[in-house]
Design a protein around this ligand. Sequence first.
Ligand SMILES: [Mn+2]
Length: 430
Amino acid sequence: MRDAMLSTDLIQSHNAARLDALRDEYDSLGRSLARSGVRIDGIRDAVARFSMALPSWGCGTGGTRFAKFPIPGEPTCIEERLEDCAVVQQLCRATPRVSLHFPWDSSSDYAGLREVAAGLGLGFDAVNSNTFQDQPGQPVSYRYGSLSAADPAARDLAVRHNIDCIEAGRRLGSRALTVWVGDGTNFPGQQDLGASLDRYLESMSRIYAALPEDWRLLIEHKLYEPAFYSTVVSDWGTSILAAKELGPKAKCLVDLGHHAPSVNIEQIVARLHRFGKLGGFHFNDSKYGDDDLDSGSINPHQLFLVFNELVTAAETAPDGFDPAYMIDQSHNVTDPIESLLSSAEAILGAYAKALLVDREALRAAQARNDAMMAFQCLRAAYRRDVTPILAMARLEAGGAIDMLGVYRESGWRRRKAQERRPVALGAGIV
Ligand SMILES: [Mn+2]
């Protein structure tokens, strides 16, 4: 990294004061795991290899559709959003890529932006299109839909925008386009439910045709919102059917908050993998029907069970297993950098626990229909406190043992509040 965002001296002195305690806790956990036949260094190394993307838009306060409450010093442009992502990466070392959203992150010089990011130690992950809101001066509105709109001019505009996103992504070094549309209806009878899906598929096939050879098209579904009666791509069933219809480069993206409450998401993950269509994840958490809360803040057990399926899937993947992982949440009451750090830790923790599952014992218990011992295999792994493993992986990669402690002491946000122009109040973007 050419330009470290935070003082490396600060990180080193913070780490030095915490190193003995970490070693003690890591060694103690290592002895305990060894008694179960697990090598702690192997888990640490696997955690160190895991990475996820940061959403550029997650660096600002999100708000809800009612309002947004900006904080002083939040980023106001793509370059400042990249700076904040670099702070997260510098401290946690598990978020080396950024996912951009167009036109929010539009630039006249994507090659230049790629260089700026590289200078900050960052690359780019999937690019995201936006046809769920109109832009100033837009010739035709998405009010009644975009890729599935009845108006062919709205569909053309939405397809064109997605192809522009691919072009921008190509220059940034991305290799995937994520498409989510808010298209749907608020009234029974408002649209023909079959015809609107046909129009969506026809538009998506035009986007698919523009994909470079080594790209993936990630289809994101969402049960409802902003449409409250019917949504065109509402569930994983629609998503996998669309992905199969479009071709091998089309895969399904699972956003943890985009399901009905009580849906078994880990089973969906297993199903999508079984049919070769598991393409990516958006991590967040949900209490009711939202997709905004910090990863692992409400139901960390569900996150663990999702990772349990991912670890199983990685073991059985015939030709590599490489889903696009990204954090996708809305920060309304916290400093976004702190939420992203805390969420990255929750995600890595769920992964580390899933790696601790004794899969041989699990398969044996499943084969003899021993429900209790099969469950105990998962429970034993879930009960472990893996924080020393995560901290050790971070430390060895140059990150901070106590990420939030360093961040607060650095005064980053206070400094940025002096330098950056204030963000206007206004309606939130979810
Ligand atoms: Mn999402």
